[in-house]
Design a protein around this ligand. Structure first.
Ligand SMILES: C[S@@+](CC[C@H](N)C(=O)[O-])C[C@H]1O[C@@H](n2cnc3c(N)ncnc32)[C@H](O)[C@@H]1O
Length: 239
């Protein structure tokens, strides 16, 4: 199945997610001990709905963030964009009733959004930005489609370079997570990739600097679960 990914790196990432689709949701729950649900709920608490009534969910995957947005804002419309169509198809199976009307899955690259300027109140992205290079292109697109004063709310693992829980988490990340991922998904590379990208992910301050350079007026972060995960929030200028 073709992907709208705009680069070779993007095509490789989309292909990897298309291989692990059947196990993706289950492995999220197993590998995070179910805490991933709380992280997405916390992400959506930072979203502010305004005059457009629209929240753009980027790297939407199997639509768990899109559904969390609808739980918090039952009136919101949610375009859900991802460049891996099989992930969106899997997510679509979860949509019923009003959610099936309000959540619109669209195959698109976060670095080239098929949307006009200033058309959404907020942008969400959970566990997507780690996979995107160069990141400033995605940040610039987020800033472009947000209304003045709109927020980008980005959930991502913290930099795995930092020691957490006296190094226990780092041992989990380096040795246990890739093994469980391989056993369940039968895909050795996908969960080694996960650990590698977490380890190489920049610290929060460096990411925020990139967001400001891409056009956001302010950026800050909230560490969750001892910094294993970090919630990055950036606001576009009001005028
Ligand atoms: C780890 S999954 C996260 C899915 C979902 N947000 C969640 O919380 O479970 C990462 C998703 O990002 C998507 N993705 C990565 N880079 C992308 C890009 N440049 N444009 C659109 N989607 C992208 C992948 O296809 C994959 O579905």
């Amino acid at each position: 199945m073709s992907t709208p990914a705009t680069t070779g790196h993007g095509k490789a990432v989309a292909s990897m997610f298309s291989r692990i689709v059947p196990w993706y949701d289950m492995l999220n729950t197993v590998l995070s001990l179910g805490i991933d649900r709380y992280w997405r709920k916390r992400l959506v608490q930072e979203v502010r709905l305004g005059s457009t009534g629209t929240v753009l969910d980027l790297a939407a995957g199997t639509l768990d963030v899109s559904l969390a947005i609808r739980r918090r804002y039952p009136q919101a419309r949610v375009p859900a964009l991802d460049f891996c169509p099989p992930m969106l198809f899997q997510g679509q199976k979860k949509l019923r009733g009003a959610n099936a009307q309000a959540i619109s899955p669209v195959a698109a690259d976060a670095k080239l959004l098929p949307l006009p300027d200033a058309c959404v109140d907020a942008v969400t992205m959970a566990f997507g930005i780690r996979n995107i290079l160069p990141r400033h292109e995605a940040f610039a697109e987020m800033a472009r489609v947000l209304v003045p004063g709109g927020r980008a709310c980005i959930l991502e693992f913290g930099s795995g370079k930092q020691r957490v829980w006296g190094g226990v988490y780092n041992v989990y990340l380096d040795h246990i997570l890739p093994r469980i991922g391989k056993i369940i998904s039968q895909d050795a590379s996908a969960y080694t990739y996960l650990a590698d990208t977490i380890r190489n992910f920049p610290v929060a301050e460096a990411l925020e600097e990139k967001m400001r350079e891409a056009g956001f007026a302010a950026a800050w972060h909230i560490p969750l679960t001892s910094g294993i995960v970090c919630l990055h929030i950036a606001e576009k200028a009001r005028s």
